[in-house]
Design a binder for this molecule. Sequence first.
Ligand code: 13P
Ligand code: SF4
Length: 341
Amino acid sequence: MTTTNTAINTEQAQASLALKGFLDFDIDPALDLIEEINKLKKQKNAVILAHYYQDGEIQDIADFVGDSLQLSQEAARTKADMIAFAGVHFMAETAKILSPQKKVVIPDLKAGCSLSDSCPAPLFAKFKEKYPDHTVVSYVNCTADLKTLTDICCTSSNAVHIINSIPKEKGIVFAPDKNLGAYLERVTGRKMVLWNGACMVHEIFSREQITKLKHRHPKAKIIAHPECEAPVLDLADYIGSTSGLLNYIKKSSDQEFIVATEVGILHQMEKACPDKLFIPAPPNNGCSCNECPHMKRNSLEKLYLCLKYELPEVVLSEGVIRDARTCIDRMLEISEQAGLK
Ligand code: 13P
Ligand code: SF4
């Protein structure tokens, strides 16, 4: 083996560990990452899909930025050979399930999700045995294994439509988010059996702090994601998914907004309406916990490395892809019928 080959292999091994979240990888600071990423995308016929909670620089280089529903719709329709998913693991899994013939890579394999982690599939399998006649609806923020135990998947954009599509006499088990579940119970009037999970970012917003902030900005509209707890949602003028929140501020004639969701969304809000003021809702402990630590594991450097080395790849067994796909297809069908994009 030549010295050059050894150097390349060492770099690849280090990059592989970095992308799995095990070490920092030093990239030549002189490298123009944007240019390199664009070159790699072309060379490999790759597409970058990014969630609204990613850092602004990642959103800006992505081919498509969206909420969970839009990203899964895009993953299903893309003609690219490789998807680099700048989001968290369950999102990349969903892309793989919808496009199994494509290579799906994620900038950091440790980019997980507290909500998804709160509902391990083996425990849920036992739980659902108690409700054999119920329809199981799972929020897309769950593992592929959990999706194999699910009848219909949903995202925050389509959850109301999904619940309303289930015959009234049918019982529903809803997993894993108890806050979204409780919100859906209120909106649809359906009583559901809720799994006790929550998102570490959305459950930390403080009603008290938001109320104080509202006193300082009396004209501000409060907008919130339905993963927030009920006392916070009760304060909100508008509740919706990330794309719902974005559309709301674009259409609104108001000038100030207190935003109760992960702060990454402010990037698109400020781009769309530079003259309006967006104030991140404060968490209950004075820290900046309104940043999702999982989403923020991704960086431009890791995105470059993952495109270059096509690692780490999201791999699922054929059986999991087949069994998890049914509930996602049902969700996409219902969303299409409802004209949701
Ligand atoms: P949406 O973008 O679908 O609203 O989801 C928010 C979220 O928590 C993703 O992790
Ligand atoms: Fe999961 Fe919450 Fe982070 Fe979304 S914001 S990825 S639900 S931990």
